[in-house]
Design a binder for this molecule. Sequence first.
Ligand SMILES: [Zn+2]
Length: 220
Amino acid sequence: MESLKQYDEEAHKWLTENTSPYHWSRSHFRTIPNCDILLNNLCESFNSVILEAQEKPILGMLENIRMYLMERLRTKKEWIGKRTENLCPKIQKKLEKAKEDATFNIARFSNDSKFEVTHMYGEKFAVDLEKRVCDCRRWELTGIPCSHAVCCISVTGEELESFVNQCYSKDAYVKAYKPAIEPINGPNAWPNSKKDPIHAPKKLKLPGRPKKARRREPDE
Ligand SMILES: [Zn+2]
């Protein structure tokens, strides 16, 4: 923050006065969600597939989203069913990267499940395999062992995947996509309520054009 202050005082002021680091710095994120995502891009990605639905009146919009989700649940279920690996592909990729980076570290046994890990450039971190923490915080933050932890796990010869949080397993994915959205009938098959039809509200035009493109993460 001191370096930032020297670089741009206004930016420093904005960050310290208007926001809390809990909202923008991974070093302050809570570890319970196992998530280090800085922006709400999950919502933004979802937003981009419902662009067509967004233009519609509320019932049409909901119907569009319902049909999209109905198909999505099915395709995701099929997709994961074909996979033989125990981890989801993006997590597997992150683990492979941690494996590559682990070769730049040396792990020294301390006691029980504790290690001291030294990086080739001199950084040092304490790792506890039993508690599943590394003092670099990445493991706690993401639920995926960091390169320091991977280095220690390779010393013990234990299976690396068993140290990844269960939320990234194939089983968890299957569970998440298990519920199905049942098909429903159209208005042609609905019972008649015998009440007067509801009229559409007056059209209200809001100023400006609604934003469509999603924001990208800085490292995307
Ligand atoms: Zn670490």
